[in-house]
Each structure stands twice: as structure tokens, then as C-alpha cells.
Design a protein around this ligand. Structure first.
Ligand code: NAD
Length: 496
């Protein structure tokens, strides 16, 4: 049985309490994960503290070279990483490769850190006085990540944080912790000094211990909104810098002129890829006009029934299982709720069997029509392969609907009308917007961040926002005058 332990000061530590890690395709235990407590967190903090002095003074170009080697190792070990993601998370191998690729793009961005940390300089801000601002690391930074992207979301955080000169403590999801540990060990192999990158496994107890550590100066969190909101409040109250990315309900709006040859395959991938367990998954299709709704459903329903579902390692599949038995039961509860509320279940994915994998957490794609804004299946994040169709009369109604939702992570519009696209882009209160692009996940050199209750904090993840989050500005004003003669004290505020 594989034991996934902690990585502290360059050592893989196991022992103490453990929890089961399940293979969602079989429902069987595939590994055990160690559960840390305050002691392991204190050890990781001590290791990071000891490493910080040397790492912050390591020239950025050398820090970048570690990232170049790290990227190379990620490519060389991609098959092992993706197999592990597939085994513990359940997503298809192709999807795992996509996740890893998007994660690696953040390492590529971090390779440019000498350029990213270049400050601003002004000569002669006053007589013989020069000033410059630069961006200095915070010290020890922690990352807490969700189950749904076990490789990519951690890679949003620590390559950039570390390249900026910080030391890092990662707490991966206890549901699929293997890939994060494997990847962190590659970073050590790339030449990172021990203690700069640490991984502490476990659940809430680790998060509580990290919050209790004064030396942890900042926390990046990605997960569900209730936990994000509470972590933001607790972390901020403890004087930490916190960015906490939360849940979502992402709408795709289809105008009457939308090209369904483009929109239907796009929606299929965006709603059912990774079983809908993506924070940018499209979970609501908003159709402007009944004709569009009827045409969309007529094309979506057969495509959903034909989804190829099975264990993620098998070739040619569209969807694997959901993450756990508990999550499967929760999604099934949402389906019951939707029916009880009067929505029309056009495609019912319950009860599918995958031969040889009867214990797996499989659910077929589901499609609800005639969903209304008051229903719980509309208001709450389901995080499963369930797409809800809402019918509206106009673009203005669609924008009003999206803006009325508590979440504002991603959205998209399908149209051939440039004026409608422009208006949507201007008026929609959502952080990441696609026009004829279903999953507008920003590339690594932009930044990722939702609005409203999808992000607590001021800065998004990775890219330029990431650099700002993991550094603080210092401005130096310096004077080297010629020998002074009779300089007088000046009591008025200095000005030119
Ligand atoms: P989760 O909130 O249950 O867990 C996230 C992390 O927080 C895990 O590491 C977990 O161990 C820890 N945690 C769980 N409960 C906690 C508690 N009470 N106190 C402290 N820590 C706790 O989320 P999940 O189920 O792993 O992930 C799915 C959620 O993440 C969805 O809501 C999804 O939308 C969201 N998500 C958001 C983004 C984004 O960028 N906005 C990206 C990916 C996932």
C-alpha cells in the first residue's frame, strides 16, 4: 500500500495517523495519506524559516534556473504524474495531461522571474535624490488546494511564490494527495534547497495549525466558498495576506443567432469534462428565446446520452467517475431536489453501470430543462455532470440573471453579434468572460480570479496578480549629496 507522507526539509516523512485514499473508479482504497497535526506544521515552518535567509538572497536568475530544470523534470515524469492523478482523482488520462500542461505553463511564467521582479527607478526625484521600488518576498507562504486539480492548482501557487524568493508550505487535498507530493519531490531534484518547499498532508487540523503560525505571512486558498470565506476572515484577522478562491456557478448564454455547430460541442466539454468537477465548468445554459432552448436541447440530449464513461486510464473516454461515494450521493440528492422543485430531467444519468467497475462512483451526464432562478439546483454549486437550462426572453434578462447570482467566476456568450458581445463583456459582473469560448481560463501570463463570492481577497491567482500577492513593495529614497555647506533643517513637508 502506497503511503503518501509529508515533505519537510527535503525528507519524506511518514508515520502517525493516516486516512484512506480511494480510487474512484473502483471504490477501493489505493493509498493511505498521513494526517499531520500541529507538530508537523511547526517542523515545516521551522524548516522554511531556516531556508528563507539563503533563498531570498539567491539571485532571481538562479532561482529561475531551478524552475527551468523543474519544467524539464515535469515533462519527463508526466506519465507517472498523470497516472497518479487518474488513479486518485478519477479523471481521464487526456484530461490529466491537459491539467498538467496548464500547470506547467505557470512554471514557464515563473522562469521569467528576473524580469517580473524588476522594480521602478527614478533618478533625481529631488536634488541628488534617487528613488526606486522593488518587490521583496514575504517570507513563508502557505497554499491550501482542492481535490479537483491535484497538480494544476498547486502549480498555480508555489512555482511563482518560490521564484519570488519565498519559502512555501503546501497542504494538498487529502482526497488525492499523491500527485502534489510527487511533483514537489521533482522540485527538490531540480536543485531547490531543502526547506524552501514543504508539503504537509492532512485536513482541517493542518489548516488550523497554519493559521496559528505567525511566521506564515500569506495563504493562497482554492476550494469551496464556505471554507474560502471562513479562511479569509480568520487569516486576515490574524494579520495574514489571504487570497481565497471559492466555488462557482458558471453560465453560458446562447443568443438566438448562436452557431450551434460551435456551441454544442463546446458546451459538452465545458459541462461534462472532468465530470463537471471544475470551478470553471459550465453548469447553466441560459437560452435567449424558447426556439434556441428547444434547438439546443434537441442536440445536447443525444450527445449526453452518448458520453463514453469509464475508468479514467482507459483510452477514448469522455468522463471518469466523480471523486467519492459521498460526493456521488450529494449530486444524486441534488437531482432529487431538482425534480421535487419542478425542473424537467431530460437526461437522467443515474444508475449507469461500468462493467468490471461496479464499485466505482459513476454517474452519467444529466440535463435539466425549465430550471428557474429560485430553485436550489440553480442557486447552489452541484459540482457534477449536471447541466441546467434556463429560458429567458432577452440578452438584458440573461445579463440580469447572471449578475443576480452570488457567484461570479466564469461565464461565456455564444453569438454572431458583435454588439451583443461587447455589451455582455461590459455589463457582466463576472471575473473571467468568454465570447464563443466556453472555458475562458486565463493563460499563465494573465491572472485567474472570479468576482463576488468566487474570490475573497484583492488579487487573483498566478500571473501578474500572483507576483504582487507573493511580494511586497519596498521603496527606497537615497541621497548621496556633495559635501554639505550650511544645510538647514526643513520642517515643512518636503516638496520640490
Ligand atoms: P473544499 O473546500 O472541501 O477543500 C479545499 C481545501 O480545504 C482542501 O485542502 C481541504 O482539506 C480543506 N478544507 C476542507 N474543509 C475545511 C475546513 N472546514 N477548514 C479548513 N480547511 C478545510 O473543496 P474541494 O471539495 O476540495 O474542491 C471543490 C471546490 O473547490 C468547489 O467548490 C470548486 O468550485 C472549488 N474550486 C475553485 C476554484 C477557483 O479557482 N475558484 C478552483 C478549483 C476548485
Amino acid at each position: 500500500m502506497r503511503i503518501t507522507g509529508h515533505l519537510i526539509n527535503g525528507e519524506h516523512l511518514t508515520g502517525g495517523e493516516t486516512a484512506d485514499v480511494f480510487n474512484p473508479a473502483t471504490g477501493e482504497v489505493c493509498a493511505r495519506v498521513c494526517l499531520a497535526g500541529e507538530d508537523e506544521v511547526a517542523q515545516a515552518v521551522a524548516a522554511a524559516r531556516a531556508a528563507f535567509a539563503g533563498w531570498r538572497n539567491t539571485p532571481p536568475a538562479r532561482r529561475a534556473r531551478v524552475m527551468f530544470r523543474f519544467r524539464q523534470l515535469l515533462e519527463e515524469h508526466a506519465d507517472d504524474i498523470c497516472r497518479l492523478i487518474c488513479e486518485e482523482h478519477g479523471k481521464t488520462l487526456d484530461d490529466a495531461r491537459g491539467e498538467l500542461q496548464r500547470g506547467m505553463e505557470n512554471v514557464e511564467y515563473a522562469c521569467g522571474v528576473p524580469e517580473l521582479l524588476k522594480g521602478d527607478y527614478t533618478r533625481n526625484v529631488g536634488p541628488d535624490i534617487d528613488a526606486w521600488s522593488d518587490f521583496q518576498p514575504l517570507g513563508i507562504v502557505a497554499g491550501i488546494t482542492p481535490f479537483n486539480f491535484p497538480a494544476m492548482v498547486p502549480l498555480w501557487m508555489y512555482p511563482l511564490a518560490i521564484a519570488c524568493g519565498n519559502c512555501f508550505i503546501l497542504k494538498p487535498s487529502e482526497q488525492d494527495p499523491g500527485a502534489a507530493l510527487l511533483i514537489a519531490r521533482l522540485l527538490e531534484q531540480a536543485g531547490l534547497p531543502p526547506g524552501v518547499m514543504n508539503v504537509v498532508q492532512g485536513g482541517k487540523a493542518v489548516v488550523d495549525a497554519l493559521l496559528g503560525q505567525e511566521a506564515v505571512r500569506a495563504i493562497s486558498f482554492v476550494g469551496s466558498t464556505p471554507v474560502a470565506e471562513s479562511l479569509y476572515a480568520r487569516g486576515s484577522a490574524a494579520g495574514k495576506r489571504v487570497q481565497a478562491l471559492g466555488g462557482a456557478k458558471n453560465h453560458a448564454v446562447l443568443m438566438p443567432d448562436a452557431d450551434l455547430d460551435l456551441a454544442v460541442p463546446a458546451l459538452m466539454g465545458a459541462a461534462f469534462g472532468s465530470c463537471g468537477e471544475r470551478c470553471m465548468a459550465i453548469s447553466v445554459a441560459v437560452c435567449v428565446g424558447d426556439a434556441m432552448a428547444d434547438a439546443l436541447i434537441a442536440r445536447l440530449a443525444p450527445a449526453i446520452r452518448e458520453l463514453r464513461i469509464g475508468p479514467g486510464h482507459r483510452d477514448g473516454l469522455d468522463m471518469g467517475p466523480v471523486i467519492s461515494g459521498a460526493h456521488l450521493a450529494r449530486i444524486q440528492g441534488c437531482l432529487e431536489q431538482g425534480l421535487a422543485e419542478g425542473a424537467e430531467l431530460v437526461v437522467d444519468g443515474r444508475g449507469i453501470q461500468v462493467a468490471g467497475y461496479e464499485g466505482g462512483y459513476f454517474l452519467g451526464g444529466c440535463l435539466f430543462d425549465r430550471v428557474t432562478p429560485g430553485m436550489r439546483i440553480y442557486r447552489e454549486e452541484i459540482f457534477g455532470p449536471v447541466l441546467c437550462v434556463v429560458r429567458v426572453a432577452s440578452l438584458a434578462d440573461a445579463i440580469g440573471l447572471v449578475n443576480g447570482h452570488e457567484y461570479g467566476n466564469g461565464t461565456c456568450l455564444f453569438t454572431r453579434d458583435g454588439e451583443a458581445a461587447r455589451r455582455f463583456g461590459d455589463d457582466i459582473e463576472v471575473g473571467m468572460v468568454g465570447i464563443n469560448v466556453p472555458l475562458p481560463v486565463p493563460v499563465a501570463y494573465h491572472s485567474f480570479g472570479g468576482w463576488k463570492r468566487s474570490l475573497f481577497g484583492d488579487l487573483g491567482a498566478y500571473g501578474p496578480d500572483g507576483v504582487r500577492f507573493y511580494t511586497r513593495r519596498k521603496t527606497l529614497t537615497q541621497r548621496w549629496p556633495a559635501p554639505l555647506s550650511g544645510e538647514k533643517s526643513q520642517f515643512a513637508f518636503p516638496s520640490l
